[in-house]
Write a protein that binds this ligand. Sequence first.
Ligand code: DUR
Ligand code: ZN
Length: 167
Amino acid sequence: MHFVLDLFVCGAQPRHRCWGSHVPDPFVKKLIQQSQEAKQAAYCPYSKFRVGAALLTLDDCVITGCNVENACYNLGICAERNAISKAVSQGYRSFKAIAIASDLEEQFISPCGGCRQFIREFGSKWDVYLSKPDGSYLKMSVDELLPVSFGPEDLSMKKVLAIPHEA
Ligand SMILES: O=c1ccn([C@H]2C[C@H](O)[C@@H](CO)O2)c(=O)[nH]1
Ligand SMILES: [Zn+2]
């Protein structure tokens, strides 16, 4: 099997290249690299804790995000939620994976509870890659990160993920 190695950060037009739910290792490495690049843009003057996220859409676009803090501390947004909000605002609602990067050398960055719920909104079967600056990673499913979760299905909102023009 042949895989094209580079993933692009896309604009509004999704590209159509799929390989199912299994993301081959070189692509995971690239996605982690992109989350590390996204981390460079973190706006975190208060915590000084930089986080980046790279989201891989079902049609193989990569949307990135970083944490953005605020002088009104509680208004800060995490990198994961930033990336997901960016993706949704560009019309993406189906995701294969999200990679998360921080500067913690000794442990894999782990999403906060709020982000776990935010990620879970878009399915419980996709992959979350928790990484370290050296590129090593821990792969976890959304289900593992947030077991026995509450989601749109519990509100009988089966069509909630459909893009409006497809609904
Ligand atoms: O997974 C995480 C954990 C923390 N942060 C941010 C929130 C805040 O800006 C800073 C310190 O918690 O890191 C994220 O963006 N993602
Ligand atoms: Zn969070």
